[in-house]
Design a protein around this ligand. Structure first.
Ligand SMILES: [Zn+2]
Length: 208
């Protein structure tokens, strides 16, 4: 490669890294959020989840506890529990995971559980059947309120995001969620992460 070409590539890379309107992307593996009732059933009455690691969103953390998801076609083991506990249990899987389980997971925003399928969750010999709560999370961007102007977005907006992974890809139907309690990160699942060649530090940009 001639020097000029190398230089122009470096300049382009630097430009992208410094682009203020880029944000970092995180890939979420399958996980569960549990209600008090579900925690009692799986781990014992009054059991307190054990924090293992803080997540990027303030107040959210991964726990030491793991559960098994059981569907009519197969099971998924070693599924991480995220804290803190929630009003209602929610099981988030990729569409590939949902094929393994044999239960079609609807693509939903977190917390929008009306009409979603149920699933059996187990810990050791303890087991509970959730009546609803299985979803594939809709890809989304958590935007810190003070960043909303910079990215020119409003809460609830649907946008397209170009992801600069090893196989760059434009994702459509990305939900924007704005809150003063957020740090700005985009969240995708492992199917989406693999589709765009995601590695830690991969960035994205809203197309408008
Ligand atoms: Zn998220």
């Amino acid at each position: 490669m001639d020097n000029q070409l190398v230089e122009s590539i470096i300049n382009e890379v630097v430009k992208r890294v410094q682009d203020e309107t880029c944000f970092e992307i995180e890939a979420s593996g399958k996980h569960v959020h549990l209600s008090r009732e579900t925690i009692d059933a799986l781990f014992g009455t009054g059991y307190q989840l054990t924090k293992a690691k803080d997540l990027s969103q303030p107040g959210q953390y991964a726990c030491k506890e793991r559960v098994t998801l059981i569907g009519p076609k197969g099971s998924l083991h070693n599924v991480v529990v995220l804290g803190p506990e929630r009003k209602e249990s929610q099981v988030e899987v990729s569409l590939t995971d949902s094929v393994v389980l044999g239960i079609p997971a609807p693509v939903r925003e977190s917390g929008k559980l009306e009409g979603t399928p149920g699933i059996v969750v187990a810990s050791g010999s303890n087991m509970i059947r959730l009546e609803r709560g299985l979803i594939a999370a809709q890809r989304h961007i958590h935007v810190k309120a003070e960043d909303a102007e910079k990215y020119n977005v409003k809460n609830g907006e649907i946008v397209q995001v170009k992801v600069y992974g090893k196989r760059p890809l434009i994702f459509d139907d990305v939900l924007v969620r704005v809150s003063p309690n957020y740090e700005t990160y985009m969240h995708i699942d492992y199917d989406e992460a693999n589709a765009c060649g995601f590695t830690k530090g991969t960035k994205g940009k809203i197309l408008k």
